[in-house]
Design a protein around this ligand. Structure first.
Ligand SMILES: Nc1ncnc2c1ncn2[C@@H]1O[C@H](COP(=O)(O)OP(=O)(O)OP(=O)(O)O)[C@@H](O)[C@H]1O
Ligand SMILES: [Mg+2]
Length: 243
């Protein structure tokens, strides 16, 4: 589904030389893949996720989506593909305040076509039911707990059935137990729909759920020396140490 070849991302700074955030990134993501990405703060994780989600373009190198160079997409086409095929889940839930849970989850369906558009209210309430919030359809975000808000955000991200789910520290604002329940939910939805899931995390237990483990180090992507053994994993996640 996604193929990155020798991708770099550089930004021009006003009074300093250009900053290279990503360099030489090669990555393939296929339907059903489970990929985790770890790395220190500032190593380029969010920048990479933005490329995968068609929010940004590589500076050099090639990014193919379903075999087509993303560079050749028009702005409208890029928006359409992103809306239909990509679901983003963030650490901050980014819900529309002052709108109910149901209205939040319905929002992406306003850009859909056919049944997804006409039956948006029913589809959104079914999705909220699926994340365990069928009884809170009319609740406003500020009346929901952090875990509940993240479940609304997940329902909103996944309501159109994306083939690619991109999660940027999805449990970063949640306690351990709530975080695990939220990851169970994301895993379930991804598995049921056969979507690919790419998760950025600082948490070894969350990374352990993936089947491919990658690490970003100063903008370079590499296989992570990962072990299911928590003690070794903690060591593996310590920058500069190899277990
Ligand atoms: N548009 C931009 N202009 C200038 N610098 C940027 C821009 N976008 C990102 N950066 C810089 O690039 C580096 C990588 O940023 P990025 O957000 O990808 O890191 P990250 O790995 O997600 O970090 P964190 O774990 O803290 O979220 C950072 O040093 C950041 O300040
Ligand atoms: Mg980040």
């Amino acid at each position: 589904m996604l193929e990155l070849t020798a991708v770099t991302r550089t930004v021009q700074l006003i009074d300093a030389p250009p900053l290279t955030i990503l360099s030489g990134v090669n990555l393939r993501v296929a339907i059903g893949d489970r990929v985790s990405i770890v790395g220190r703060s500032g190593s380029g994780k969010t920048t990479l996720l933005n490329l995968l989600g068609l929010l940004d373009n590589p500076t050099t190198g090639e990014l193919l989506f379903d075999g087509r160079p993303v560079r050749s997409f028009s702005g409208a086409e890029r928006d359409r593909v992103r809306g239909r095929d990509v679901g983003f889940i963030f650490q901050q839930f980014n819900l529309l305040q002052g709108r109910t849970a149901l209205e939040n989850v319905m929002t992406p369906l306003l850009y859909a076509e056919g049944r997804q558009f006409w039956q948006r209210s029913r589809i959104a309430s079914e999705m909220l039911d699926r994340v365990g919030l069928g009884h809170r359809l009319q609740a406003l975000p500020d009346r929901l707990s952090g875990g509940e808000q993240q479940r609304v955000a997940i329902a909103r991200s996944l309501v159109r059935g994306p083939r690619l789910i991109l999660a940027d520290e999805p449990t970063g604002a949640l306690d351990l137990e709530t975080g695990e329940a939220v990851m169970d939910l994301i895993d379930d939805v991804a598995r049921a729909s056969g979507a690919a899931l790419v998760t950025i995390t600082h948490d070894p237990a969350i990374a352990a759920r993936a089947t491919r483990h990658l690490r970003l180090d100063h903008g370079a992507l590499q296989a992570d020396h990962f072990s299911a053994d928590p003690a070794r994993t903690a060591l593996a996640l310590t920058p500069g140490r190899t277990p």
